[in-house]
Design a protein around this ligand. Sequence first.
Ligand code: NAP
Length: 522
Amino acid sequence: MTTFLNNYLSGAWQPPSGNNTTLSDPVTGQVLVQAGGQAKGLEAGFEFARTAGASALQALTYGQRAALLADVVKVLQANRDSYYEISLANSGTTQADSAVDIEGAGFTVGYYAKTGAALGDARTLLDSQAVMLSKDQLFQSQHILAPVKGLALFINAFNFPAWGLWEKAAPALLSGVPVVIKPATVTAWLTHKMVSDVINAGVLPAGALSIVCGSSAGLLDALKPFDVLSFTGSADTAAQIRSHAAVVRHSVRTNIEADSLNAFILGEDAAPGTPAFELYVKDLAREMATKSGQRCTAPRRAMVPARYFNAVAEAVSIRLADVKVGNPRNAEVRMGALVSRDQFNGVQEGIAMLAREAAIIFDGKKQALIDADPAVSACAAPTLLGVQDADQASIVHDHEVFGPVSTLLGYRDADHAIALAHRGLGSLVTSVYSADDAWSAKAAVALAGSHGRVHMVSPEVAKSQTGHGNVMPASIHGGPGRAGGGEELGGLRGLGFYHRRCALQGPATALQQLGATATWNY
Ligand code: NAP
């Protein structure tokens, strides 16, 4: 019998709702589990989270909630083998690619457990110091952060069923805000298993964590004024969410993480043969192949000095030729499948669109898949395209191909490279590879206005750098414009979304009676 991914609402597992969707193995096509249609009991479930969940969480100090997160980490660690099995079957990923999601989830919750523990007995966060409002200094203003009085609804994308949940849930739960997670249906199984493990372990209070799998119908209608909504997914769905009547009417605070045309810039100094050049080539090929390019941070636009274009094209192609694609159950395979046949078709259409203005430099399709049927599996080969004179290309700055695909663009000088990066109209991350720190720093400052993160790599940090595509919980994740305008993580900054800032004005003597506080130092 096929397993059903029941919803968990109002502190109880709900019976199947009908109109089910089937989740399948993207390599073999085998049916795995089922998720339901429109969820029942959403309003009651949301109210249970807002009342029982919020009051139980907010009865605790920040330090006690951080300890809950440490317990969550233990549960995730105890069950991690089953997560790898599910990821292999449902996402079609290799062990190394599953680790990006699964270990990334545990690492991020662990980070917030540790960071939150430092807030100790505090029940209220102070935002900076009190300021005087009267000349006699008796009347002052102190800004504080109070947890929002609603729930946090997360609507997530298919590519990070593990990390996508926990990178949002960790700061929310630490803030004392109950969580409802709606994973993307196609890969909901892993999210569901993690949530079930944590619920069954009884480490969180009732109402702190709920899950809705399958249809998103009715979810946004159940939102109320103090709820917050965090969405990760495509720009098209993001636009529907922003304009949803309940979101607009109730001024629901919304964080959007959407498409991103991330750039990967080779410095003008990094001639072929230099360590910076070698690093760039190695990392570009690796970033293209990681999770089959299904990372929101993957480099879609690789900008190189025009005079080095051919050398980069050749060196990256040699590395891509080594990427064995196919069934991740075969130990030879380095890159597994895309998440579904629909995504596979979308990637092929995207490549065709880019090829209207770019040459195909490396076409991985010429190599046979390993242990995978090209007519059934969603395995897509890496593809490198290129436009030597970047001014001749425009689609590459507009269209995100969510697969192992990148386009080389030749630039004239630093100003040209930066202007090209800005043409993405807002990105999550751009990396700069150079041995010239002054060049990198100047470029980074110039890029900052349209990026959430600029990642600088020199040969000296080759081993210590954290990787272009990896989102570190200490740094913010999110970008302006096309990337959605959101901001997540960034250490304790990430708690800001789950709190309201309130100015308390009153006698200095009253402001000294706020109870246990900590200053929101991030
Ligand atoms: P998607 O199709 O937009 O779906 C995202 C989520 O929205 C899914 O849970 C989906 O549920 C739900 N959804 C769809 N229609 C909805 C509606 N009308 N109301 C409420 N929820 C709705 O995106 P995806 O295909 O899963 O993800 C790929 C995209 O995500 C890429 O464009 C990628 O760039 C972006 N992404 C961005 C980031 C980032 O951090 N910036 C991270 C990862 C991915 P169903 O699955 O049930 O349809």
